[in-house]
Design a protein around this ligand. Structure first.
Ligand code: SPV
Ligand code: MG
Length: 431
């Protein structure tokens, strides 16, 4: 009897999957792989049901003899374990980033004479609707909001990219790369005050009002499903911040980060070049405590951002604040630095972790950009935010195009470096 293996990464079994099982049964004993949560979130859809529920679901399909956990999108473990004669998959994996998986599976099977069978992908209105419904479920506030806390449990480091519009949201939502045999995507989005303000042509000084910032979140939420971390600046007056927290929760935002400054806030990357006043530990702790009291769901997170290293107040001050803010109820600590060398960030993380093993640490490596996510995670960092790189890449590209069209009095010279209109159009989903 031949062994047939197919890997599922779905929360709903539809006729496309049943078709694969039917084809598999004709060839031998059917073993289904359930892609683990860890592997799923790396490159595919976020699960709406648990790993155990998925295993039970696949086991209940008639003709499935066994279900195993597949812990890596690349199949190495399961192929070593099972040595299947056939690996079945929808033929949609011949294109896009999944083609790298198919190629790798082909190499593994070639070592002992196994075979890939590509099953024509079932494309009909019913299947399309089910896919769409799953996506919509993930976009709903109650699912989206809790997803950051879920991610913190599931993955060693949550990778977050800046978004400030529907389009940049789509880029964060959909970009998947294959590199050195691994697939990767971003886990969440950062609605940066700097980039949100810059997109509106305004300085990053809490000038763009909350209604306008919420409008940006709404634009992003309309076209994405990934969780959102909101840059709440100083949070403003405590009496106002408690309302902001409720609004963010209701919208389905997962977390707000507020920084321990008061008065006219300017961007931290100015460092000590501009006068900035740090709130006292008591003042900022009171703001956190009031916001935690106002919060209604258990999902939402209020993260305290410490500016002591930016303002050159020293490591001890930063650590003292971290202790106090956690005591006041903060669900996480963001520590910021504008040094190129990550040493002071790592020193903070090591000290904080030696006394606090669980409170998530967030970092924004804009200046200390030589360090990798993995190295940061080794020092106890849980969330890495790429806070402004999309804006900073788009801005010079747009400026250069504008200059060149003025220079040549036509657009031909710039066309080679522009994205074809068709490609832009296909990034945008139509119902
Ligand atoms: C932002 O993105 O607006 C931030 C991070 O607050 S930073 O610009 O590095 O201060
Ligand atoms: Mg900011």
């Amino acid at each position: 009897m031949k062994t047939v293996y197919t890997c599922f990464c779905t929360d709903i079994v539809h006729e496309g999957h049943l078709n694969i099982i039917r084809e598999a049964r004709e060839r031998g004993k059917v073993i289904v792989g359930a892609l683990s949560d860890k592997a799923l979130i790396r490159y595919n859809k976020f699960p709406t049901i648990s790993q155990d529920e998925r295993v039970r679901l696949y086991r209940s399909i008639e003709g499935v003899e066994e279900v195993v956990i597949q812990d890596d999108a690349m199949y190495d473990d399961v192929i070593t374990l099972i040595h299947p004669d056939y690996v079945l998959h929808g033929d949609n994996w011949k294109e896009g980033p999944e083609a790298a998986i198919r190629e790798h599976v082909a190499e593994l099977l070639a070592q002992y004479g196994g075979e890939i069978v590509d099953i024509p992908y079932t494309r009909n209105e019913k299947v399309k609707k089910i896919d769409l419904q799953l996506r919509e479920k993930l976009a709903m506030p109650e699912y989206r909001r809790k997803r950051l806390r879920q991610l913190l449990k599931m993955t060693p480091v949550v990778k977050v990219m800046e978004a400030h519009s529907g389009l940049t949201g789509l880029i964060v939502e959909k970009t998947i790369v294959e590199h050195e045999g691994r697939l990767d995507q971003f886990d969440a989005m950062w609605v940066s005050s700097l980039c949100d303000s810059t997109a509106k042509g305004k300085p990053d000084i809490e000038l763009v009002d909350m209604t306008s910032r919420f409008r940006t979140i709404d634009d992003i939420m309309e076209v994405t499903t990934k969780p959102i971390i909101f840059d709440g600046d100083t949070g403003g007056l405590t009496e106002h911040f408690v309302y902001t927290v409720r609004s963010l929760e209701r919208m389905g935002v997962s977390a707000v980060i507020i920084e321990d400054k008061k008065g006219l806030k300017k961007n931290s990357l100015f460092g000590t070049e501009v006068a900035q006043t740090q709130a006292t530990i008591e003042e900022f702790s009171a703001k956190i405590a009031a916001a935690k009291k106002a919060q209604l769901t258990d999902d939402f997170m209020i993260i305290a951002r410490i500016e002591s290293l930016i303002l050159e107040k020293g490591m001890e001050d930063a650590l003292e604040r971290a202790r106090a803010f956690v005591e006041a109820g903060a669900d996480g600590i963001m520590i910021h630095s504008r040094k190129k060398d990550p040493a002071e960030i790592l020193a903070f993380c090591d000290s904080f972790r030696s006394e606090n093993k669980t409170t998530p640490i967030v970092v924004v490596p804009s200046s200390f950009n030589v360090i990798t996510e993995e190295e940061l995670a080794q020092h106890g960092v849980n969330i890495v935010i790429y806070a402004n790189q999309l804006t900073r890449s788009a801005f010079p590209a747009m400026q250069q195009t504008a200059e060149d069209i003025l220079r040549y009095h036509r657009a031909k010279e710039v066309d080679d470096r522009l994205m074809p209109i068709k490609k832009i159009i296909t990034l945008i989903d139509e119902l």
